[in-house]
Each structure stands twice: as structure tokens, then as C-alpha cells.
Design a protein. Structure first.
Length: 430
């Protein structure tokens, strides 16, 4: 492959493109070493809950760079100083990878800093799960005593730590081991009960859809009332209920109340197509208000909405960052892809790029229109989200339009699903 420029390599590291790893394997790390250092110390993952982590990919980059000792010392120095949860999680993951390949230099650093970060972030899985993966029951005894002594974790975090331990070591063995540690017995009893309640509740109990009174209570008292499941409400709401709520929304005086009302019409068509939502979509009161107005209008198939999409994007090109493309979901006509492609633009704000990417992916799925090729390539190159990139790659492959050079670099992507997709499909063609 052609050598990447400094900026190209930096962007590839930030987004997780496979070309970063290909570059290091073919050209070495050279003067780009500081960029890889920063990528290890700073978690660039856009949405860790959706995308997972990149520590295995970063470990591959480190090994390919030939600078293993340098990075071992770098992580040993910087891990104790980290102040960001996701950065600590990534560094612990890289340490786990090193240990898995026989390099235990960082294991002591993990032990030394487990209690510090546990007290700071109240998450027993942070470093704890890595230690248990590396050292098994020895690490479980060490971490469990600290957790039981302090017992300050958020309930869900302890549940997930316990689950990770059971997955790695076996539930019966974990329970037998913890039951024999006197200072852990109360915590163990509590976490077993919490674990059972959490997963039994999630798998067997389905809450009924909220009624109109519950929704109104949340609209008026959102700070004190739990948000109801608006998707379920939208499915059972009567026309009269929706008319009532729509009229209520038109009388809102504050942006917070207005935004809450708009959430109702994010999954069900508004009962009226009057000027109200168009005015909100044109306004710049607040980003989330405008975005929610676009989403509400996108629930309706209408020539007026289709024309509005063209007009608003022409008048305000940045409206695409507020989900203006969403207006085409039910109003797309063949040939509109050219306009959409020409309206694309970049932004320094990852949220803007992610928003556009999500709207485009939805259009790919709905229309299955191959004329969106350049738009799919835009998503691949620009989205900060590796899951969205994976979706774009899958679409291009299904259309038989995935360029060979992109197929090649996807096998080195930071996102496992993208790698697996291209590896399997390469094999099927060979």
C-alpha cells in the first residue's frame, strides 16, 4: 500500500481503519510513533457501549511497530496517572493482551492500581475483569476482598464483574471459591441475589405499555418521574390520545417540555401535518428540538415533506447534521441520491458525522439503491463509529460494489465484525 501521510495515519488511528495497521506492517512506525502513543493513552472509540474496545487492535499495532519495550514502559508510567475511565479500560486491555502473549511486565501495575481506580470509578470490572482473565482465582481472591471491604460499586457493575468471572472460570467454581473466603461471604451472598434478580427480571418480566396518565406525569414531572417506554405507548395510543398530546405540545412554553413532547412523535406519525413542526424544523432554538422535529416529520409520507427536505438542505446545508436527511426515509424517490450525495459535507464535530452516517445507513436499508455508492463510501471514510462503518461495508459488499482496496484493509480493521465479514467473504470467493 502507499505510505500514509501523518494526517491520514492519525485519522486512521482515530477511526480504527485497517489502513493504519497495514501502514505499520509495510512501512514501519517511524516518525508516527507519537501518534500511536497517543492512540494507546487516549481511548478514541466513539461509543464504547456499541463498538466495544480496540485494545487488541492497538496491541497488534504495537507488535507491528517493533517497539514493545517502549510501550510497556509507556503504559506502566501513564496508567496510574490516567483520569478517564475509558482510557484506563483501554490501557488495562492492552496489558491483558501483553500478558496473554507471555509478557507479564504490566500485571503488577494492574494489581497495584486496582483499588485506586475501584474507589475512583466505583466499577469492580475495571481492571478486575482483566486480572481475573490473566490470573484466574488468585486475582479473584485479591479483587473480591477489596470489593467486599469497600462495597461501593454501582450495583450493575458488580453484577457484570461477577458475570465475567463466571464466564471465565465457571459459575459453580466461582461460587465455591468465594464462599470459602470469610470476608467475602456477605458480598458474595448479595451479588448472587442481585445477579439472579437482574437476569430473571430481564428475561421473564415484560412491563406493560404505559397509559396516557403515566406519559403526562412524565411530561410534567420529568425530573422526578421515571421516563416511560414511549415506543410501547406509541403502539397502543389511540388517535384521541395522540391528538391530545399534539395539542399539548403546541402550547409548550419551555424548550425542555417541548423536547419531551417531541419524543412521543419519534416513532409514531403526528396526527396533524400543520405548520408547527415545519417551523420547529426551520428554527435554531436548540439542536435537539430541531433534530426531533425532523424525526417527527420523517414519520409521514408526504410530497410537502419531500419538497421541504430539498428546500431546507439548500437553504441551510448544515441542516444535514441535524438529521434533515431523515426526511427522505418515507419520501425518497429514485434519483434523490444525487441530491443527497451533493449535499454531503464534513465537520470537525464527530457527532455531526455520526448523525449523517446513521441517516444514510437507514436510507441504504430502505431503498437498496446502488446509486448511493458514493454516499456509502462517505460513511466508510468519515463516520467516527466503527459499527456504522461495518454497516456501510456490508451494504457495499451486498451491492457487489466494495472496492478491492477497501476489502483488503477491512481485514485489518479495528472492529472484529468488519474483519470477520471480509475474511469470510474473501474465503467464499476463493
Amino acid at each position: 500500500m502507499k505510505k500514509l501521510t501523518k494526517n491520514q495515519f492519525d485519522q486512521a488511528l482515530r477511526k480504527g481503519h485497517g489502513r493504519a495497521l497495514m501502514h505499520v506492517e509495510e512501512h514501519g512506525i517511524g516518525k508516527y510513533l507519537p501518534l500511536l502513543e497517543q492512540a494507546c493513552l487516549t481511548n478514541y472509540v466513539y461509543d464504547p457501549q456499541i463498538e466495544g474496545s480496540r485494545f487488541e487492535w492497538l496491541h497488534e499495532l504495537i507488535v507491528a511497530s517493533g517497539k514493545k519495550s517502549h510501550f510497556l514502559n509507556l503504559i506502566k508510567e501513564h496508567l496510574p496517572q490516567s483520569t478517564n475511565y475509558n482510557d484506563v479500560d483501554q490501557l488495562a486491555g492492552i496489558a491483558e493482551c501483553f500478558a496473554g502473549h507471555g509478557d507479564r511486565e504490566l500485571v503488577d501495575t494492574l494489581y497495584e492500581n486496582f483499588e485506586k481506580f475501584y474507589l475512583e470509578f466505583k466499577d469492580s470490572a475495571l481492571i478486575g475483569s482483566e486480572l481475573v482473565y490473566i490470573d484466574g482465582f488468585e486475582a479473584l481472591g485479591f479483587t473480591a476482598k477489596i470489593i467486599a471491604q469497600n462495597d461501593i460499586s454501582e450495583k450493575d457493575q458488580d453484577i457484570w464483574f461477577y458475570k465475567y468471572c463466571c464466564m471465565d472460570l465457571g459459575k459453580k467454581r466461582v461460587d465455591a471459591f468465594l464462599s470459602k473466603i470469610p470476608e467475602c461471604q456477605l458480598w458474595h451472598k448479595k451479588i448472587k441475589a442481585d445477579f439472579k434478580d437482574y437476569f430473571d427480571h430481564g428475561s421473564s418480566i415484560s412491563k406493560p405499555a404505559p397509559n396516557l396518565d403515566e406519559v403526562v406525569n412524565w411530561l410534567d414531572n420529568a425530573e422526578n418521574a421515571k421516563r416511560p417506554n414511549l415506543l410501547k405507548f406509541a403502539k397502543i395510543a389511540s388517535k384521541a390520545d395522540l391528538h391530545f398530546l399534539y395539542k399539548r405540545m403546541q402550547k409548550c412554553t419551555g424548550t425542555q417540555s417541548l423536547w419531551r413532547h417531541l419524543q412521543i412523535f419519534g416513532s409514531v406519525p403526528p396526527p396533524n401535518l400543520d405548520n408547527f413542526l415545519f417551523i420547529l424544523a426551520k428554527s435554531k432554538i436548540e439542536y435537539r428540538i430541531r433534530m426531533s422535529a425532523f424525526t417527527a416529520l420523517a414519520q409521514i409520507k408526504s410530497r410537502r415533506i419531500r419538497q421541504f427536505a430539498f428546500d431546507i438542505i439548500k437553504q441551510d446545508p448544515k441542516s444535514i447534521f441535524d438529521s434533515a436527511f431523515e426526511l427522505f426515509r418515507k419520501n425518497y424517490m429514485k434519483g434523490d441520491s444525487k441530491f443527497i450525495e451533493e449535499a454531503l459535507r464534513t465537520s470537525k464535530n464527530p457527532e455531526d458525522l455520526h448523525s449523517v452516517g446513521l441517516d444514510l445507513i437507514a436510507l441504504f436499508d430502505i431503498t437498496d439503491d446502488k446509486s448511493f455508492f458514493n454516499c456509502a463510501m462517505w460513511v466508510y471514510e468519515n463516520t467516527p463509529c466503527s459499527f456504522c462503518r461495518f454497516s456501510a461495508v456490508g451494504t457495499l459488499y451486498d451491492w457487489k460494489l466494495l472496492p478491492k482496496e477497501i476489502q483488503a484493509e477491512c481485514r485489518f480493521d479495528s472492529f472484529d465484525e468488519t474483519r470477520d465479514l471480509c475474511k469470510k467473504r474473501f474465503q467464499s470467493r476463493s
